[in-house]
Design a protein around this ligand. Structure first.
Ligand code: M6R
Length: 606
């Protein structure tokens, strides 16, 4: 997820572009860049403050494109910052998304004599347009010709020095909004930076290409027919707009789960072979074939992701896995033998305990790996190899979409390790298919947000909650409790359902509700027995159960249904339901769920 912003009109573009970018900083802050026809590109690592310092000229340009990067392909440095240009310095491109076939395209372009400056996927677009212009196509047709060659996602801004007032924008999977002003027009990744200038917005659909000048706007599709995209008057305020119209980032980020799953999977599944292709692990593939033990470290929600990873990797790949709180691992004397790998899971890539755990593992000579969302973060840089989440920045302090993404990546790691060991091709293909269908299933859970809200409201006065589950649902129970206490400040405990008689059952009475995660899996009957025990002690039970399971109603007070999914992946759906439960429980009390008291997004101290 990057921030894109463009202006074409009659005013000086540079202050408008800088101000617009500053309002998009929540979308990315690895690097920033700007291009205005007639002037050199200005780029910098960091965000808008750094870019402003580098803008030392008096820029008279009245159009331009600007970008804030959340790195995916290529390190977050100046060279990889957008905009990216062609060989002649005439065409400049800004991109939010991922071009999957950029390696093939780059090889062809290199063979054709083009020279590249960056490691990014985006730069191929500028060179392809350059080629099409040299083939005598006009700017608009050169862009369309290029877009037809791309596979992947994009929200694009393209500027051409020889047609300085025109900006072409295109959308495929990444949002693009056009703001229609009086003698000036704006383009951005969301409405936030446009609202100050105009409330009249046109939202592009996938496959749309819009040609924007100060006084005109036209939309074509890749099939070349002109289309009519009516504009709407937006009544959101700026805060609402940056949250995509949602009241909180936490809700917006949960709603992004289907897209996050797709981003985690993109280009990483070889469906017909039932294998995972993880570019970030290729360099250590040999060492990975020889590991006989994996230790996963993380904190908070990332630690719970690790617990799910343990179940996935042990059952699918047969590699022994231990999961440890990073804060414990770093202070004891862990036994690390030569063929042990240590895997850090971290959204921010900056959590101090996790980083120190990795450093400790390195001191013992272990192969270190990372599942990290923030490209170029310290953990990403210090581990030997790893897999990026590509989930986009997570602003809400409560980790939501990052966890969904971490579990999907862990499934890919299990598939990757499993297929070089005992996992059969048929089982690999089945998992690959299950992963492919996950975004649709996640959407179905999210569609029930209001239903879940109603259930959460029934328990609005409860001060204590228990969350229980077995097997994959056990870490989900731990996470459900963490999410609830984190955003609502009520007491919540997660337990393995089989532990009830070993202590927690004593707490149960009519004021102590239990959330039971009970999908129809191999331990279903066992969890149902625990639910009955709770109800016998007058405790209320909210079940997270599989759609179509009518019998579960007999042992529950309320049921939240999730779609049927494979045993390994059903946990992703339970987690989304639990996140919605915690969110609505707290948000309806008027609490600031995005910034819970006493907590920070990234814990970079002990
Ligand atoms: O950035 P990280 O994934 O390393 O962060 C780890 C934890 O601090 C984080 O998951 C924390 O527990 C969340 N606030 C939970 O929602």
């Amino acid at each position: 997820m990057c921030g894109i912003f463009a202006y074409t009109g009659s005013k000086k573009a540079s202050p408008i572009l800088l101000e617009g970018l500053s309002m998009l900083e929540y979308r990315g802050y690895d690097s920033a860049g700007i291009y205005m026809p007639g002037f050199d590109v200005v780029k910098t690592p960091g965000a808008v403050a750094e870019l402003t310092k580098r803008m030392t000229k008096d820029y008279s340009a009245t159009s331009g494109i600007a970008h804030l990067r959340w790195a995916t392909h290529g390190a977050p440095n100046e060279v990889n910052a957008h905009p990216h240009g062609d060989c002649d310095g005439d065409v400049f491109v800004i991109h939010n998304g991922i071009i999957e076939n950029f390696r093939e395209l780059k090889e062809e372009l290199l063979a054709g004599g083009h020279t590249f400056k960056s490691e990014t996927d985006t730069e191929v677009i500028a060179h392809l347009i350059e080629g099409a212009l040299k083939d005598k196509l006009n700017f608009e047709d050169a862009v369309i010709d290029t877009l037809k060659k791309l596979r992947g996602t994009y929200g694009l801004l393209i500027s051409y020095a020889k047609d300085p007032d025109t900006i072409i924008t295109a959308r495929m999977g990444s949002p693009v909004v056009v703001g229609l002003g009086d003698g000036e027009n704006f383009i951005a990744s969301d409405a936030t930076p446009i609202l100050k200038h105009t409330k009249q917005m046109m939202f592009l659909s996938d496959g749309d290409v819009a040609i924007i000048t100060p006084t005109t706007h036209r939309v074509r599709t890749l099939l070349e027919t002109e289309v009519d995209r009516p504009s709407e008057t937006i009544t959101w305020d700026v805060g609402e707009a940056s949250r995509g119209g949602y009241p909180h980032f936490m809700l917006k980020e949960m709603m992004e789960s289907p897209e996050v799953i797709e981003n985690a999977l993109r280009g990483r599944l070889i469906m017909e072979e039932g294998k995972a292709k993880l570019g970030g692990l290729e360099a250590v593939e040999k060492e990975l074939q020889n590991i006989d033990r994996l230790i996963i470290v993380g904190c908070g929600t990332a630690y719970y992701a690790g617990l799910i990873g343990e179940y996935l990797i042990e059952s699918l790949a047969g590699v022994p896995v231990e999961v440890e709180l990073a804060s414990e691992f770093r202070y004891r004397k862990p036994v690390i033998r030569p063929n042990t790998a240590v895997l850090a899971i971290s959204q921010s890539g900056e959590t101090l305990d996790t980083l120190e755990a990795i450093r400790e593992a390195k001191r013992h000579g272990a192969l270190t790996l990372g599942i990290v969302n923030t490209v170029g973060s310290t953990i990403a840089r210090e581990t030997d190899a790893g897999v990026y989440n590509h989930a986009g920045p997570e602003i809400g302090v409560a980790s939501t979409k990052a966890l969904v993404s971490q579990v999907v990546i862990l499934s890919l790691v299990a598939l990757f390790l499993g297929r070089t060991r005992s996992l059969s091709k048929d089982d690999g293909v089945a998992l690959a298919n299950a992963l492919k269908s996950l975004p649709e299933l996640a959407k179905k859970v999210l569609e029930q947000s209001e239903e879940i809200r109603k259930v959460a409201n029934v328990y609005k006065d409860s001060r204590d909650f228990l969350f229980i589950g077995r097997k994959f649902s056990y870490p989900a129970a731990l996470e459900g409790a963490l999410k609830l206490k984190e955003v609502s400040y009520v007491h919540a405990e997660g337990y393995g359902a089989g532990e009830m008689k070993h202590g927690p059952l004593a707490m149960i009475d009519e004021k102590f509700p239990t959330v039971a995660i009970v999908p129809q899996d191999s331990v279903y009957e066992k969890t149902v027995s625990n639910m009955i025990e709770i109800r016998t002690r007058k405790g209320s039970v909210i079940a997270i159960a599989t759609a179509g399971d009518e019998k579960i109603k007999e042992v529950s007070d309320h049921v939240i249904y999730i779609p049927k999914a494979s045993e390994e992946l059903s946990v992703v759906l339970s987690i989304i339901a639990l996140q919605l439960f915690a969110y609505h429980f707290a948000a309806d009390k008027g609490l600031n769920v995005d910034r819970p008291r006493n907590l920070a997004k990234s814990v970079t101290v002990e």
